[in-house]
Design a protein around this ligand. Structure first.
Ligand SMILES: Cc1cc2nc3c(=O)[nH]c(=O)nc-3n(C[C@H](O)[C@H](O)[C@H](O)COP(=O)(O)O)c2cc1C
Length: 190
């Protein structure tokens, strides 16, 4: 069993990174293989609505920017973690590009992400994080994915890199998320 995680923040070792790490560490402890991909700061382009993925039906996007490698990693995994900082109460542009393109390619090809386990992980300074959480969960929901809960919505609170580690409730929420994700994956794929 494998989980692939995407850090949608351009800050490579920022709060989103730390939030994702907490979840991945629990998953690894539970015997699940983990893979971490730095998405923020990459040159991933937005969906251009050409609908070529529906014409070609080859599991790929026609744009040539490395997205297809990310799609492959998603398809190969049983679990997907998408992490984003809160940017004006929404996901970062890189995360939006990933979910738009992966969502369209998956649906065009007979729901490639069906019954994979999905978790959104959010870093937020003060407000708007639940909207980011919702945006990512909409993606999971329309793709036949299974979403585990936690003891709160999956948010870590902090401004500067590493601040989220001082948010003990957030750290606990993310650990609980990792445990629930591992539990669901064991039931589905163990
Ligand atoms: C462009 C931009 C917009 C932001 N918008 C919000 C916001 O709407 N609400 C909020 O609480 N924090 C906001 N923040 C703060 C970040 O969400 C916060 O610092 C977060 O911990 C950053 O995560 P990172 O270290 O992984 O990048 C914003 C930061 C930036 C750079």
């Amino acid at each position: 069993m494998r989980v692939v995680a995407f850090n949608g923040s351009p800050r490579k070792k920022g709060n989103t990174y730390h939030c994702i790490r907490i979840v991945l560490d629990v998953l690894a402890r539970e015997g699940i293989e983990t893979e971490f991909i730095q998405l923020g700061g990459s040159d991933i382009r937005p969906c251009r609505a050409c609908y070529k993925c529906f014409e070609k039906k080859n599991g790929k996007c026609v744009q040539k920017d490395g997205f297809n490698l990310l799609m492959e990693r998603m398809v190969a995994a049983e679990g997907i973690v998408i992490g984003s900082p809160t940017y004006f109460a929404n996901v970062t542009p890189e995360v939006k590009a990933l979910i738009d393109r992966a969502g369209l390619v998956a649906i065009a090809n007979g729901h490639l992400l069906r019954r994979k386990v999905g978790a959104a992980v959010i870093a937020v300074r003060r407000a708007g994080g639940t909207h980011v959480y919702s945006s990512i969960n909409y993606f999971f929901g329309i793709n036949h994915m299974i979403v585990p809960g936690s003891s709160y919505w999956n948010l870590g609170v902090g401004l500067d890199p590493g601040d989220v580690l001082k948010d003990s409730e957030g750290v606990g929420t993310l650990r609980d998320l990792g445990e629930n994700m591992a539990w669901v994956m064991e039931k589905l794929y163990g």
